[in-house]
Write a protein that binds this ligand. Sequence first.
Ligand SMILES: [Zn+2]
Length: 231
Amino acid sequence: MFYILMIAIFVVSLVIQGRLKSLVSKYSDITCASGITSNEAVMRMLNENEVSGIVIKHTDGDLTDNYNSREGTINLSNTTYGKNSIAAVAIAAHEAGHALQDAKEMAAYKVRQLIAPAVNLCSTLGIYVTIAGVGISYAVEKNVYGWGYRISTIGIVMYSIAVIFYAVTLWIERDASKRGWQAMQQFGWVSEDQLAAAKKLLWAAGDTYAIALASSALTLIRLLAMRDRRR
Ligand SMILES: [Zn+2]
C-alpha cells in the first residue's frame, strides 16, 4: 500500500512539473498588457509596501528565481530578469511577495527560516534513528515499550520537523503567490485573461510544494507504522 502511494505521488509530481514547465514556456511568449517588466513590477510592489534596501539581481538558469533574505536580494533567472511576459511578471511578483513576508515579519516565514538549516539532517537522520530503534526493539528487547521504542520515537520526532517544514513552506509559497497575484490585479499590469493565466501558473508552481508535503507525510505515517507494528 505504501509503495503504491509513493509511486502515485511520484507520477503526480512528474505531471505537475511537466505542467508547470509548459505553462511557463507558454506564458513566457505573451507580453503582459501594460508592458511592465519584471524588475519594475518588483520595485513597485516593494515601494508600495515601503520596503527598501532590496537589490534585484540576475541569476543564471531557468526557474531559479529566489529571494535571499540574508543578502537582501531578489534573484531573477533568464526567463524572468528584465522581461515583460506574463510568466516573468508573475514569477517576479511572487519573489517580491517573499520579500514582503520577510519585511512584515510574517510568523510562518520566521518559523521556516528557523528550522530550514536543520531540515536535511532531521529528515535523513530521523529515518535511520527510527529504523535503528525498531531493530533494537526486535533484536534484544522483551519489552515492547523499551529503549528501542523510545529511540524510534526520537527518530519520528526528528522526521516530524521535516514534515512541519514542508507544511510551512507550502503555506508561505501560496501566500507569496497570493501577494504577487493581488499586486498584478491591483496595479492593472495585465488584462483579465492574463490575470487568470498568471493565477494558473503561480498555483501550478505551488503544487510542487504540495507534493513534497504529501510525500513526507506519507513517509512519516510509514515510520509510525514500523514503530508500532510490534505492539
Ligand atoms: Zn516562492
